[in-house]
Design a protein around this ligand. Sequence first.
Ligand SMILES: [Zn+2]
Length: 440
Amino acid sequence: MEKLLIRHCEVLTFEGREPRFLDARDILIEGKRISAILPASAEAPADCQVIEAAGMLAVPGMINTHAHVPMVLFRNAGPDVNENDWFNKVIFPLEANLTPEDVYWGAMLGQAEMIAAGITCTADHYFEMDWVARAVEQAGTRANLGWAVFGHQGYGQLEETIRFVERWQGKADGRITTWLAPHSPYLCDPDFLARCAREAARLGVGNHIHAAETAGQVALSLERYGKTPVQVLADAGILEQPVILAHCLYPSDDDLDLLAGREAGIAQAPKTYLAMAMGLADLPKYLEKGIALGLATDGAVSSCTLDLFEQMRLTALTQKNKAMDAEVLPVETVLDIAFQGGARVVRQPELGNLKPGNLADVVLLRQDRPAAQPVINKAANLIYSLDAQDVDTVICDGKLIYQGGRHLTLDLEEIYREVNARLPRLLRKDLSRKIAEYPE
Ligand SMILES: [Zn+2]
């Protein structure tokens, strides 16, 4: 079995929900797993590949709980637009241009960006997902993949996404898991959602879906069905299996009770909410109910980057500001959400914490930029002062995939060349051709 020894680093680990920072440790990785975290020793055993990490902080690989990774192809294509125009005049017409190969190169660019930002696992919700799976396989990362489907595409297309789930479940040496991904209760009717729930139960997988993103969506749902979006999902059976709810900024108190105690996690991407003026979730309430929360990048057309450092910082800062209370979301809670919360949302308990027996997804952060010094409060430094640019080394599933700021699995020049060659065609917009219609 291959052995990797990370020497003389600091380590972020968790005891229960509490973060602990350990000084001067060696992390021994055997095969896919962390086998020991020991006080740093003077000499490295001869049979190990050694990474010298003095001065660096080891943290768990970050988990992106909701993204549309290939949308990096359209990064910054529609700034300064509200939700309706964002869907109907920007992204849905642009996405009508996508070929499977475009999706692949978008996924490759997104993977490169995320690895460099310390993200090792992503719940990705997009189209032509075989091509995304290939990119994940090549990048060496981990993913929970769902092929997005709209109700108007019909049960035939749902079948296609089911076949994807079956084709790729457990592939890439176990790094890929697959779920169903109905788009949302506003673009899938209750019968369609009920079918997704039954199929997920049959397949033994979860559903990844958008819900209650705006107050307008809740009003529309009440008008159409006399129920909130979360009630629609509950009545369709979607909450009987694991589910990732993207955003869910506007649940009622009853909705939160429906979600509490279920295998339901909520993905939070506050950079999108700020950019699109969507308002903010009341996260302390969700936490009180014990609902799993994770960080997400969403797609780069609304959030502009696939960077969880930004989302982590914005989650904390926006919640303090919303509550007008600086004591809301203290650093310990933010770190628990950012690392262990992500693992809870994607339902992978062997991720999110550096401890023996867990899967070896490890990120080494430099701490030598002026803005990162001195280190008085390690938790606060990690949240508020370190950055994606401090990522030095990334290990996923026990394998080195990024070191010294260099990709070991991906060729950036080739990716940029492929993406830019596709752009003129991808950006040609015809408003009469769109993949779906956002209801106004
Ligand atoms: Zn989304």
